[in-house]
Design a protein around this ligand. Structure first.
Ligand code: MN
Length: 725
């Protein structure tokens, strides 16, 4: 990596920004980096800057500024999170693969594989275009998640990139601003939240509202400013009152107060449908101390100083949020009835609350951070995502699953053993059952909630004691999908339902393969293991079940599979089969499973229709069949036609009324047999003294063949009446 950057001697480094904005100055970035990086690392960063400036030379942002300002600003955001120097380099170069002719290999050559991979990862995400259809958005989202699993720094760079783009969105057209803001709200802010990077989340959300709803934002901002003016004194009084009290009990802590973010004020107004005037808690107080023990002591002091508002206390110290966030929250009645929201936490928790997952890099060296758990939690979450994505059928399913995870609004319920289970708000009994164990989810039938019997669809609330009742015979039901909300339950139920279909396909495949074997081979024929193995290898299938389900799903033709099985087996003469197998009796059904309905037994020459049936493939009926008049079939009916070159025999059913004489059945059978048809079934269904009714199922080549047989039978003097059933 010592190879010098081939700097073009005529390279024009961009002028200083007009307003001398520091975040666009490479010199300022390097000065900031000196606070936590070694000099050789900073030299590398500068080298990367030269490389980037050269690659982007002449390019301008929409605002008209030199393009390189943007990567510098992104690197600056990474620097504020004190990310490692390789991420800073990658941030400086994050657009060179995408927007310049620079290749990944060149980056690897100059800055090593790690940086090249990071930039490549970010570029792949840059390709994403979230505007289009849901499916595409879902696919993009999936890619983002996968990139994150590979190296989470890719996402942090992407978030920093988005943050700077949001900060400079004014240069864009209004419709574009709205779209980008919407996307930031839907995808980037939730990811920042999930990774615990709250600082970034707040800014992303505030900027989103500013760009998506500029009027509302301005009105709110002005209203906030006024309130800040009015309440300033009150809050200063409160702050010093707290400080004094803490001093008197000898606890060291830093007390600050701040106005809440516009987005949290806005969403509270929307959620509670109240006006800004009615909104009372615009301010929050934060107390940062040294130890967990101090946190609880301070809480006691606060509740002593001001009366707590009932039901508002939250202990995220004992039970951290899913993203690792820890803090004590409480709301108090302050002087003059001003509500005060307090957050109490240690310094390590405070740092984590600001940089989330990024805190991992921040305190990598030596210092104890408390972020180890956060890191583990994030990785666990990502691992879970990976599993989910393997199970989810489509990107849309995956997105739907992940979205639930991205908006953590949790409740806590207790198992009969007293363990705490964390679930999202609105979770139901089924969600809980799957949270306990997949097998319990798959077999749950009801629950006892606080010892009262409750149905599976019951919503759970904080603090409930939930006991699941299972039954061995019970299976997941598709209707559960209507009310489960956790990704785990949803994916498992879907997985189960899919495997049911799988079993069905296997059953069908088995039947078709047997049928084909009987047709093409002698009845005793059984493929041996080596034959099966050869075919599995040929089709690249895992096992015999997979082969059966391939046949059942119509992906493989059973006759061809039989041919493949016996092929190369010298004991069997395989000349009987031509390479295409038998012609298909119905036009355009290549690759489909075709069967003939028993209710009307169509034969070639009949007018036919077909419908698709799970487990039986395409089922062919006669047009006149009563079973198909049923309106539930009507939308699935398909016009079909017999193919021209028919061979083989079909089953037809006829009913014959004959005079009751001795030897009648023999006469009928003889006549049928003389017409080269076989009797497959006989059923003497009615009998009185004079007339007996006999039903035959016979084999015919086609409709004409059947008509001739019926004519011959009718000509017999003993036959009174003959009809086709
Ligand atoms: Mn960029």
């Amino acid at each position: 990596m010592t190879s010098p950057v081939p700097v073009n001697p005529y390279l024009q480094l961009p002028d200083s920004p007009a307003n001398n904005e520091k975040r666009y100055l490479i010199s300022d970035l390097c000065a900031e980096l000196e606070r936590y990086l070694e000099s050789p690392q900073i030299a590398e960063v500068y080298r990367a800057y030269l490389f980037g400036a050269q690659a982007h030379e002449g390019q301008k942002r929409v605002s008209g500024e030199p393009y390189i300002y943007h990567p510098i600003a992104v690197a600056r955001i990474m620097c504020e999170m004190q990310m490692d120097y390789k991420s800073i380099i990658a941030a400086l170069l994050h657009d060179v693969i995408e927007d310049t002719p620079t290749l990944k290999e060149q980056l690897a050559e100059n800055f090593g594989d790690e940086v090249a991979e990071l930039v490549d990862g970010v570029s792949k995400l840059t390709h994403l275009d979230f505007v289009s259809k849901a499916e595409q958005q879902a696919e993009n989202f999936r890619k983002m998640m996968l990139a994150m699993v590979k190296d989470i720094r890719v996402i942090i760079i992407k978030l920093a990139d988005r943050l700077h783009n949001m900060r400079t969105l004014e240069a864009m057209r209004a419709d574009k601003r709205r779209r980008i803001a919407k996307e930031t709200m839907d995808i980037y802010a939730p990811i920042a939240n999930r990774l615990g990077i709250y600082n970034m989340r707040h800014e992303l959300l505030d900027l989103s509202i500013k760009n998506a709803y500029p009027m509302r934002y301005r009105a709110l901002n002005n209203a906030c400013k006024k309130v800040v003016g009015h309440r300033k004194e009150i809050f200063q009084t409160i702050e010093s009152a707290i400080n004094e009290r803490l001093k008197s009990v000898d606890i060291k802590a830093t007390v600050t107060h701040r106005r809440k973010n516009i987005h949290s004020i806005y969403s509270k107004m929307k959620e509670k449908k109240i006006s800004f005037r009615e909104l009372t808690d615009v301010f929050g107080v934060r107390i940062v101390c040294d130890s967990v023990d101090d946190c609880y002591r301070i809480l006691g002091v606060m509740h002593n100083l001001y009366k707590p508002i009932p039901g508002k206390f939250k202990d995220y110290l004992a039970i951290p949020k899913a993203n690792g966030y820890q803090s004590l929250h409480s709301s108090l009645f302050g002087p003059h009835g001003v509500p005060i929201e307090v957050q109490i936490r240690t310094l390590a928790m405070e740092r984590f609350a600001n940089s989330g997952i990024a805190a991992h890099w921040l305190y990598k060296k030596g210092e104890e951070s408390g972020s180890e758990t956060a890191q583990t939690r994030a990785l666990e979450w990502l691992k879970g995502l990976l599993e989910m994505q393997q199970r989810a059928g489509s990107s849309l399913e995956f997105l739907e699953s992940v979205k639930v995870d991205l908006f953590p609004d949790e409740i806590y319920v207790f198992t009969p053993q007293g363990d705490i289970k964390k679930l999202p708000r609105n979770a139901t009994v089924v969600d809980y059952a799957y949270a306990v164990h997949t097998d319990i989810g798959n077999t749950c039938v009801a629950a006892r909630i606080d010892r009262r019997m409750s149905p599976l669809s019951s919503k759970l609330y904080n603090g409930q004691l939930v006991e699941i009742i299972t039954s061995e015979q019970s299976r997941p039901h598709p209707s559960w999908l209507n009310y489960v909300i956790t990704a785990k339950a949803r994916t498992n139920i879907r997985h189960f339902l899919k495997s049911l279909q799988q079993a069905e396909a296997e059953k069908l495949g088995q039947r078709l393969l047997l049928q084909a074997m009987n047709q093409l081979m002698s009845k005793e024929y059984q493929p041996d293991e080596s034959q099966i193995k050869r075919v599995l290898d040929k089709y690249r299938l895992k096992n015999y079940q997979a082969l059966l389900s391939e046949i059942g799903l119509g992906n493989r033709n059973a006759s061809l599979v039989v041919k493949a099985l016996v092929d190369g087996d010298s004991s069997i003469d395989s000349h009987e089969f031509d390479s295409s197998g038998k012609p298909f009796p119905i036009k355009g059904t290549e690759g489909l499973v075709v069967s003939f309905a028993k209710c009307c037994r169509p034969v070639p020459g009949d007018h036919i229709v077909a419908h698709f049936s799970q487990g039986r493939g395409l089922v062919v009926h006669r047009l006149s069949c009563k079973n198909l008049q049923d309106p539930q079939h009507s939308h699935r009916k398909q016009e079909v036609q017999w193919s021209e070159h028919m061979q083989g025999e079909y089953l037809a059913a006829i009913r014959v009324d004959v005079q009751n004489q001795r030897g009648v059945l023999a006469r009928l059978a003889e006549t049928i047999s003389n017409m080269s048809s076989n009797i497959e079934q006989v059923n003497q269904s009615e009998k009185d003294g004079l007339i007996s009714t006999t039903e035959f199922v016979i084999t015919v080549r086609d409709r004409i063949h059947l008509a001739r047989i019926m004519k011959k039978l009718h000509a017999l003097p003993i036959v009174n009446k003959i009809i086709r059933i």
